[in-house]
Each structure stands twice: as structure tokens, then as C-alpha cells.
Design a protein around this ligand. Sequence first.
Ligand SMILES: [Zn+2]
Ligand SMILES: [Zn+2]
Length: 554
Amino acid sequence: MGRKPSKLKIIPLGGLSEIGKNMTAIEYRDEIIIIDCGLSFPEDEMLGIDIVIPDISYILKNKDKVKAILLTHGHEDHIGALPYVLKKINIPVYGTRLTLGLVENKLKEHKLGSVHLQRVNPGDSIKLGIFTVEFIQSCHSIPDACAIAVHTPVGIVFHTGDFKIDYTPIDGELIDLHKIAELGQKGVLVMLADSTNAERRGATMSEKNVGATFENIFRNTDKRIIVATFSSNVHRVQQVMEAAQKYNRKVVISGRSMVNVVGVAVDLGILTLPENLIIDIDEMDRYNDNEIVIITTGSQGEPMAALSRMASNEHKKLEIRQGDLVVFSSSPIPGNEKLISRVINQLFEKGAEVIYESLAEVHVSGHACQEELKLMHRLVKPKYFIPVHGEYRHLMKHAKLAADLGMPEENIFTINNGTIVEFTKDYAKVNGSVPAGRVLVDGLGVGDVGNIVLRDRKHLAEDGLMVVVVTLAKETGKIVAGPDIISRGFVYVRESEVLMVEAKEVVKNALEICENQNIREWAALKNSIRDGLKDFLYEKTKRRPMILPVIMEV
Ligand SMILES: [Zn+2]
Ligand SMILES: [Zn+2]
């Protein structure tokens, strides 16, 4: 009896039905490789949560199988979870120049020293166990982005990573369409492709267009110019610097991640700038307004970022003033619209002129629109297709686009995080799933904040907290001291003295009833305090604060 043919499994652990925390496992027999390891930012209802990372319990369970993590590019939603994952499992990480440059910084912050980082160049082909992995030059809103082709015994898996097709890229590094077409010619088993812009018609504009817009803006103003953009968009930063150079302005870099990324990019030779173009923030006073450009973080309205602090007078060295010109060279990441519009309002209030995407071509996307996606599908000609990187509606749109191009619907897998898709030479099918939820990172704690904690935080945020402290005599169960009531975020105590006095009475009564019935268990006592107070407070205030009874015995 022959051995049954082995199956190839593709398991997305993040990045499906969401924007962020991209991570995909590719498994054959006892070998696994992982593509990307990203984070996402918390949604509004996740109070106090700093970041969200993928659930990697499947990876941990199969630790010994994992050969490597391969990175497509250096955006947070592709590398941000690395420190948390590498703390649990030490595996080599492969990526290109800038990607690893950013990873190194990240690992330093987390004091992770002994990680094996393997730098690759686009075009490189690497053997990892049974797999052969090719890094293919791509194009995105960060330099050194790659698509990845994984050659497996069952066939070629092609992962586009985030991409767009720019025929006139700033660094001249064209997406390697020839290589991609060649893979298509060989025969690609399955493609996983970026769906972020699958709803948008046409094609994404070239990054070069933004440069022309900047030139226009710079040519026509005497104002101090402040440009807010993503620090990782090195080509955008480069174009702002070129415009500054051309119109005799000095550049001030502001914001921690901007300083950080510009430093890495200059060190690696990705960002080339004329000498003396950048000046220190403290030297700015020596120049006139029309001799200055400030490049800053905060284009998403992040409250802690430099631009927000400038707009709200919280920045130590910079303040927005009458006559400034602020350019938002970015588009809102879904969910950030409110934050951004708050900052824009503040900037207008300060007397600044503000230019943002809907007014001018000061930004282009880093993701492929429909016409670019179609080109990719036509070149790769995969047998099967899994849309990735996008909310569910984006995945559905992308699936429809593939179907419109003639792919049989049964060959398209619109799936969710954790779904296992299994491939042999004859068929592909969904076969089970692995855990793939969200792991919440709160400060230094990873995964220790679960749904119950979140529910509590939501409760606290909405209705506040009331702590009831009462001391009982050990022998008799009678009240010795208290009840004392401390409240936070519920009512302002000084204005609600009567309410507090009444609340204490309610607690006393509840305890007396317990005493009379000879109830002495603390859990029961706490429950009767909670129940009595809850009804009373709701009746008086129509609010339901969280009630925490604390009983002490003497
Ligand atoms: Zn990206
Ligand atoms: Zn991405």
C-alpha cells in the first residue's frame, strides 16, 4: 500500500475580515513557514487596550515544525506582533533591508537580543526545508516591499503581500511583473492577494503625482509648511524633502517614529538627502517662515503624535500659529476619521490653512485598485484564490472580481481567520479550523485581558464605580464600622450627599436583614449589598454603576 499523498495546508491567522494583524501559516507534513506577523489597533470598545495581535496558539502547539517567519514589508500590520511572538518562540526571520531595519529597532525596544534576522534581497530564492521561497520585488507605500512565492511539493503558493502597480516609482524599483508572469506560466496553485482597495475602480495613481502636487504647493506659498504623513512612507518623505530643497526651505523632522524611520532609511541609503537640509528643531528660530518645512507624524489624528500636540499647545517646542500651512499627506485609516477631523478643526481654530486629501492630490494609496488587481490575476493565473488583507466586504468584492475574470466560484475561498484550506494535486477544500481570535496587549501584559475584563472596563467607563466598605464583628456579624462608600465616575459626591447617606442606609438595612436570617457567608452578604444598592441607585439615578462590596472582619 502506497503512502497517502501529503496535503498542503494554508491557514490565515490574521488579516481576514479586518484591516491589520496579517499572518498566514503554510504547512506541509511536519514543516511550517509563516508569512508576516502583524498587529492591529484596538477598536473603540476595547478600553485601555494598546494593540491587538493574532492568536498564535496553533503555532505554539506546532513549535517544532516552524522553520521561519517571512516578512513582505515593514508596516506595523505585518511586523508589529513580532516581538510578542519571538518572546514565545525563537525562529529565524527573513526580510528585506528596510523591513529588517525597522524590525531591529522594534526588537531593541523590547530588549530582544538573540533573534536570527536574515536579510534577503528581492529576487533571492531560499531553501527552507521542503519549501523554496522566492522574494519578488513589489511596490507599496513603503520601500523594499516584496511578494512571496512558496514552491511546495503540491504547487506554487503566491502571496502578493500589500501591493500596487506603479509604473514610475520614486526609487525606480519596478514591481517585477516579468517574474510574476513567469510564475503564472509555470502554473500557480493558489494566490493570496491584497484586497484593501478591491472596492475602488480604476488604478492607484503613481507616487510621482504627489511630488508634483507638493511642488505646486511649495511654489505658491510663503507660509511655514507642516506636512503630516506616515513615517514609513519614505518615498513621500523624500518627495517633501526634494520640494523643500528646490524652494530653499530647511527641513525639521518631528515625532518619535518619524525621527526613527528617517534615521534608519538614511543609514540604509534608502533616503538620500542633500547635506545641511535637515536642521534641529532648536535652530528653527534663525529662519523665516518661508524657509521652513516641518515633516511630522500624526496624520491619523493620533492624540499622542506630534501634530496633535502642536495643535493643542502640548508640544514642547512647536506650536501651530496663524498663517501656518498644514498638509495631511495621508488618507484616514477606517476608524480614525473622528480623530483626524478633531485635529483639523483645532488647526483651523489656530488660524492655520489646512490641505487634506479630499481637497488636493496630496496622497496616493499604497494598495491596488480593481484594474491593478485584474492585471495581477491575469498574470498569475492561479488555479485557486484566497482574498486576504481586508474587511469582509473587501474580500467579497475581490472574490467577485476573480469570478468576473472567469475563475470557477468553487475555486475561490472567501474564508476567515483560522480556516484551514487543504490542497492536494487533485483538489482543494476547507478542512476544519484552528484558534484565531484576538490577543489583547495592555501595556506589558499579553493576553491577560479577556472579554470579562473588557466588559468590566466598558461598564466602568459608562456608569462608574461604587466601592462599599464595611467592617463586621467576627463573633456577632454586627456592623462595627461603616458602611463607607467611595464612588468614581458615578456622581460627584459633594453634590449628592443625600444620595450617599441614603445609600449607606440601604447597605445597613441589607446587612441587618442578613443578620436576622443568620446569613454569614461573605458571598451572600456581598450579593445582598449589591442587589439592594443596585435597585436603589437605578431608581434614583437610572444608572448602574459597578458595585464592589468589600467586607472586613475584626
Ligand atoms: Zn502595508
Ligand atoms: Zn498591510
